[in-house]
Design a protein around this ligand. Structure first.
Ligand code: BES
Ligand code: ZN
Length: 467
């Protein structure tokens, strides 16, 4: 926030000030500052960092790992807040699968010799005895038909573990032995749910030895895996909608999101109770504003398991629905006092998946200059959060986050005592002012974000018009 002066003046760049009778050049504190408009003030004046802090306190009282009781408690709290503010609210369950880790055991014998393998994460439990067939890296078009009814010996590398297992399964393999492509460890690899053959990993030396032995004659292996597989769990998205009056409705939707799940054992005060707190506070503040665009506030589950909640939610959109959504603002890790280094605006940055500017970053950067941060906000390229599934649908989306990140990231020390109310306030003001610029009735409907021709990159041409 710009420092308070004893005399408050309307500042313009380069203006010579007289404060307390002493002449001074305008301080370099906020060179990009502009003033908030009356429209901005309708939203930003009502935003309370104390409210956000209270939300973080409630949510971070316990870890909220996806599929745990802690997540459900958090999601139900969020839902009740949205309902209290007058939103049409839904708790949307979705299934996800987690690899069993405890009590997993496995053995491998080749021509009677035990090899002490690692059971790949999520491997099917079962026992199989069959001949070994070497299939190299297991590219789809290179796996020999001969692997049918046999155990595939695969080298790690180039394509994913899951693809390799799929490629040999498609050809009828009954088991997988995968050897490392470097180093001395056998601890690697994972299978997907539904890949129902046992899969174990061995060291590079062991693998190369088997490849050599196969040149001399056939090998028969027995793989035995117990206690491994997947458990189905349920996570939730919380979806709150506010529709405009029917007589003033552009038919468009603007979305604001954060993820409410944490990593296991972590209180996730900054990651991402902070983002949820801003989503709830903006929902509260905007519930009473006049709008011509549907507001959709969403908190996602299972982000930490691989963006599962946002991917699930995006997968429920019809073509028509996706066409109506003109912007997605994602807030993730927006309150750490220890993030952002010495960068302006507390280190706030907007990341897009493709590194290109879009409607969200255009509005966000400009709103930064008009609100408490008093700075234009820079943008960069990064995924790693729930803006990705919406970008993949062609919806303009960006992640608001402080960068570089804090040392407490994904640790039990991500606690509320490290939350800076000023950072919460500044970020919420920027997103609030941006969203309201789209949603308020006096601004025209946007060109349909997915249908309108997009911006293009074109070359700078140093063409001289001549004399
Ligand atoms: N909030 C983080 C993303 C993040 C962390 C962005 C640090 C920038 C800097 C998010 O919750 C997260 O941890 N994401 C995972 C990826 C996801 C696909 C599991 C990550 O980044 O490892
Ligand atoms: Zn996060």
């Amino acid at each position: 926030m710009a420092k308070k002066k004893t005399i408050s003046l309307l500042l313009t760049a380069g203006l010579v000030l007289s404060v307390n009778g002493v002449s001074a050049q305008e301080p370099s504190q906020a060179p990009n500052a502009q003033s908030a408009t009356a429209f901005d003030n309708k939203v930003i004046k009502k935003i309370s960092a104390d409210n956000m802090y209270d939300t973080i306190a409630k949510l971070s009282a316990q870890p909220r790992a996806a599929g745990t009781e802690g997540e459900l408690i958090g999601a139900q709290y969020i839902k009740s807040q949205f309902e209290q503010y007058g939103y049409e609210t839904e708790l949307q369950p979705f299934p996800f699968y987690e690899a069993l880790r405890n009590n997993v055991s496995g053995t491998l014998e080749v021509n009677g010799k035990p090899l002490n393998p690692y059971v790949m994460s999520g491997s099917y439990s079962g026992e199989v005895t069959a001949e070994v067939v070497y299939v190299g890296l297991a590219y789809a078009d290179k796996v020999p038909e001969a692997v049918k009814g046999k155990i595939a010996l695969i080298e790690r590398g180039d394509i994913t573990f899951v693809e390799k297992i799929k490629n040999v399964l498609d050809k009828g393999a009954l088991g997988v032995i995968m050897y490392n492509n470097s180093g001395t460890t056998n601890r690697f690899g994972s299978a997907n749910p539904g890949q129902n053959i046992p899969a174990v990993a061995i060291t590079r030396a062991q693998g190369l030895d088997l490849v050599e032995q196969l040149k001399a004659g056939s090998l028969t292996a027995t793989i035995k895996v117990e206690g491994s597989g997947f458990i189905e769990k349920t996570s939730y998205n919380v979806i709150a909608k506010m529709k405009p009056n029917k007589n003033k409705d552009t038919g468009q939707v603007v979305m604001v999101g954060a993820h409410h799940d944490s990593v296991p054992g972590g209180p996730g005060a900054n990651d991402d109770a902070s983002g949820v707190s801003a989503v709830l506070e903006l929902a509260r503040v905007m519930a009473k504003t006049q709008i011509d665009t549907e507001l959709r506030f969403v908190t996602f589950g299972a982000e930490e398991k691989g963006l599962l909640g946002s991917s699930y939610y995006a997968s429920t959109f019809s073509e028509e629905e996706a066409d109506r959504i003109v912007a997605h603002f994602q807030m993730d890790m927006i309150g750490s006092r220890d993030a952002g280094g010495d960068h302006p605006a507390g280190g706030l940055i907007m990341y897009t998946i493709d590194g290109k500017k879009n409607l969200v970053t255009d509005l966000g950067s400009a709103a930064g200059a008009r609100t408490a941060a008093a700075e234009t906000i820079p943008m960069g390229q990064l995924g790693r959060s729930d803006h990705e599934p919406f970008h993949l649908l062609g919806i303009p989306a960006a992640l608001f986050i402080h960068s570089p990140l804090e040392p407490w990231y994904h640790t039990p020390a991500d606690t509320i005592d490290k939350i800076d109310k000023n950072k919460l306030q500044e970020t919420a003001e920027i997103v609030g002012a941006s969203v309201y610029q789209i949603a308020r009735p006096d601004t025209p409907a946007l060109k349909n974000a997915r249908v309108a021709p997009g911006l293009v990159d074109y070359e700078f041409e140093n063409r001289s018009p001549g004399a």
